[in-house]
Design a protein around this ligand. Sequence first.
Ligand code: HEC
Length: 192
Amino acid sequence: MKKTLFYFILVSFLWGKENLVYSDEVLSLYSHQNDKKISGRLLPTNAFEVLKEEGDKVFIKITGYVNPKAPSVIYYNDYQRIIVAAFSKNTKLDFSQKTASKSGKWDKVSLEIWADKKEFAKDNQAMLAKAKEQFTNNCGICHALHREKEFNANAWPAIFKSMADRTGIEKKDRWLVIEYLQKNAKDFKKGK
Ligand code: HEC
């Protein structure tokens, strides 16, 4: 009896959650299913939902925050420049949901858009662990490791980019490491 109740609670807990997945690499986004032209990119470690699959594409839902002054970027929370997805400047994004900002914070939005179909992960723990390993193995060779908590989330991308070419971190993994550093930065707070 107890066991049944336990499984009932577990199943309702799992079903209650959205079906979120993660990519460990930058994922190309397209405004229309058959577009050849990439309209934006979703960055690794950020949760999204797969709404449907068709051919070599998936239709996904991305949720995040938009600064009204820079509406072509979706951010992870409502005040730090931690990018979830970025689009070319002239892309007109058609948000499926938008909640106006409170007291100067950015608007909460959802966007439904096409992306390349790949193997996605059910959680981002393994990819974050890989990013941490890349950071610790590569960034403490010439000088002592500058810890994740040494800099604010907004400062990390420029610092990382200025050093990345001196390391063996492959180009395809660079956004993964940046996202890891920002999400472990001194002033990081969860947005959701
Ligand atoms: C090949 C050697 C080398 C590697 C590898 C390296 N750095 Fe550096 N780093 C330097 C040198 C040299 C400086 C001194 C300033 C300069 O030359 O730009 C420096 C300076 C810094 C600073 C101080 C900047 C400042 O303005 O105070 C930070 C932070 C930093 N590195 C972070 C990193 C990170 C993060 C990585 C890994 C992505 C990394 N470094 C990998 C050589 C390296």
